[in-house]
Design a protein around this ligand. Sequence first.
Ligand code: NDP
Ligand code: MG
Length: 379
Amino acid sequence: MKRISILGSTGSIGTQTLDVVEHHPEQFIVEGLAGGSNLQLLIEQVQKFKPRKVSISTQSLAEQLAPYVPEGTKVYYGDEGLVEIAAGTDADYIVTALVGSQGLHSTLAAIEAGKHIALANKETLVSAGHLVTAAAKRRNVMLLPVDSEHSAIFQCLNGEGTGDVRKITLTASGGSFRDRTREQLHGVTVEQALQHPNWSMGAKITIDSATMVNKGLEVIEAHWLFGLDYSRIEVIIHPESIIHSFVEFNDHSIIAQLGNPDMRVPIQYALTYPHRLSNPSRPLNLAEIGKLHFREMDFDRFPCLRMAYDSGKAGGTATTVFNAANEVAVDRFLKGEIAFLQIEDIIARTLDKHETAADPDLEQITAADAWARQTARNI
Ligand code: NDP
Ligand code: MG
């Protein structure tokens, strides 16, 4: 039996993780759950999975939650509550499914406490990849990818050394506006941007898919997870999201991982690695699909991806700023304050104003993140 805790249990990844747990009740014990503000769903989850500890974002929500938790479940709240769920339970595995760099402190706390990380919250690796990977190495904990592309690469590399890898290629669906030109992006609405063709996900990552920022975050995530130089990480458009990513080896042999788009597969693999169990997803029928399509990535059409590569190559606080500026820009777009194309504009202008610090410590990362948020808000 594996003991797990989930940071962000009420979100898209969090609920799908609990779906996997329900499918294998003999495999998992839920030790801790942390949600943000969805009180009703968190109450249902706590009553069903009876964790030892639960946390919610504010004190007032914690007071509303307390009367509904089973006997033996302790209630926490706020940033301290997140750290309690991350580091203060008997869990061996922590699923990091918060959205944004706000997940950094709790992820680091989990690593320091020696917990293996099933990592969905990619922004933590983009914001402070060198700190997270160094801490994981020092504490001898695994960073197990949940993101479908990285799970694919991880599966393709099973038993292979990265020294034999020529390059890896991350596939991108292209997001909700993949068939529009740049001119056709003027005046697009929030509702249109939230219609992802292949995946049902949280709002922030759905917008990130439409801007291609998501693939940019994933390129940086891959750099840290697999220790590969940016010149060996490529992106290709693959509208069907059936090939989740692939590895090309030095002998030009390519190994890819395929499946229907369903996050419960990579979530479960992270939690059962190196073993494979049955999964509630639908099996893939290639004859039914018939054809798969691929297009070269167009960096002029998707300038955010170029900015992500440039930030990654610059290193230091550049990726922290790229990520934080994007978080603010997406939030402003979702609130109707700015147009879709202003997201990339805000990221570019924030990066322009930033002086990158090399090899930053946590304090410098936190300061760069706060500076970028303020700057992106003022543009
Ligand atoms: P969602 O927006 O669906 O969920 C985010 C979760 O974080 C919710 O449980 C939310 O709580 C919680 N949360 C937000 N703010 C706080 C806070 N201050 N304190 C405590 N909890 C908080 O996001 P996703 O599940 O889509 O994404 C999560 C991460 O996984 C992201 O980093 C994303 O990039 C990554 N990812 C997601 C994929 C997907 O298919 N969804 C695929 C690959 C990666 P509440 O809802 O209760 O407010
Ligand atoms: Mg992904």
